[in-house]
Write a protein that binds this ligand. Structure first.
Ligand SMILES: *Cc1c(COP(=O)(O)O)cnc(C)c1O
Length: 345
């Protein structure tokens, strides 16, 4: 079998959720957008519900509808994208709570689904989603009379604790919401780690649940092992892979493993990334192909059947560093071709 195996540790996800929940006096939600950061929301979300999560967040109403199918009735599902044109039936049928981002969305919502629960997203400085201070000032009394279930905003720089933007956004959010009755939320994973002033009544961690920075104490969740298809000796002067990008300077042993950029192994990470053969680090040589990667196994006495691309020796953030990206992108890029194995189900 040439299929690589992605192992997803649901116990680790539950443990990460509990650890983040323990830092926080209020409620701890769970962000499961983008199919739970690529790890499979239909398995991950029920595991989080088991651990005690009662409020889930997704980006789009369509994601919310499939999440409702996985979770059944009960847990609250909030949609960051708010109430878009054409969403009313999905929001109603799947019992989803849109986080309304603008006066237009507010009007659309009360017209299409009067009495249906909603939340409010405010822009406290990121300029991505949410009502701006002036817009909110105009709408605030009317909106609050309809009892939003949550009033939230999002931090732009929470992964940098010393960044002045954090205090600026905290101050702005407070100015916009101090004195209201509705529960408030500002913190995702990074904000949870910034401390109690950032927590309000609800935190909304995502990446920390899945083992990523900035939650340095997170238990690793994803492990990826890739079969070795073939091993060959390469003489000095011979090249490996597309474009002859790597040329042997000494007699070399090269193994070809069965994963590539179609599986989310970002092509640009090639020259900096490693794989692990048990306890030995092996460099990637040559260009990463769509389905295949060459690795230097010269240091091994015996080439194992499978090598580790993610796991105890190489975290999602280490792999992200090699690609010049972040753990979030590594996870959400992991492809559909892996055999997915869930432990702790
Ligand atoms: C993605 C997202 C989160 C979760 O962020 P993490 O950094 O993954 O914890 C929380 N809130 C909003 C609005 C988001 O878009």
């Amino acid at each position: 079998m040439a299929q690589a195996q992605l192992t997803i540790d649901l116990d680790a996800i539950r443990g990460n959720w509990r650890a983040l929940a323990a830092m926080n006096a209020g409620e701890t939600g769970a962000v499961v957008k983008a199919d739970a950061y690529g790890l499979g929301a239909s398995r991950v979300a029920p595991a989080l519900a088991d651990a005690g999560a009662r409020t889930f967040f997704v980006a789009q109403a369509e994601e919310g509808a499939s999440l409702r199918h996985a979770l059944g009735p009960g847990p609250r599902i909030c949609v960051y994208g708010g109430h878009m044109e054409g969403d009313a039936a999905l929001l109603r049928d799947a019992d989803l709570v849109p986080m309304l981002n603008s006066i237009d969305q507010m009007l659309r919502h009360v017209e299409a689904l009067p009495g249906h629960a909603f939340g409010i997203q405010l822009d406290s400085g990121m300029n991505r989603l949410g009502m701006e201070p002036a817009e909110w000032a105009a709408l605030r009394d009317i909106a609050l009379r309809q009892r939003p279930v949550l009033v939230m905003s999002h931090l732009a720089c929470a992964d940098e604790p010393g960044h002045g933007m954090n205090e600026f956004q905290l101050r702005t959010f407070r100015q916009m919401t101090d004195g209201i009755d509705a529960p408030r939320s500002l913190a995702a994973t990074g904000g949870t780690l910034l401390g109690a002033e950032y927590h309000f009544e609800m935190t909304r961690p995502g990446i920390g649940l899945y083992g990523g920075l900035p939650f340095v104490d997170a238990a690793p969740v994803a492990a990826l092992t890739v079969p070795v298809i073939q091993v060959r000796d390469v003489d000095p002067g011979e090249s490996v892979g597309y474009g002859n990008a790597w040329v042997a300077r000494v007699p070399s042993r090269i193994a070809t493993i069965s994963a590539g950029y179609a599986d989310g192994i970002i092509r640009a990470m090639g020259p900096k990334a490693n794989v692990w053969a048990n306890e030995t680090r092996c460099r990637i040589v040559g260009r990463i192909s769509m389905d295949l990667i060459g690795i230097d196994v010269g240091a091994l006495r015996e080439v194992p059947d499978r090598v580790e691309l993610l796991g105890p020796h190489q975290s999602i953030d280490a792999l992200a560093d090699a690609a010049g990206t972040i753990g979030y992108e590594i996870l959400t890029a992991l492809g559909a071709r892996y055999r997915r194995h869930y432990i702790g189900g």
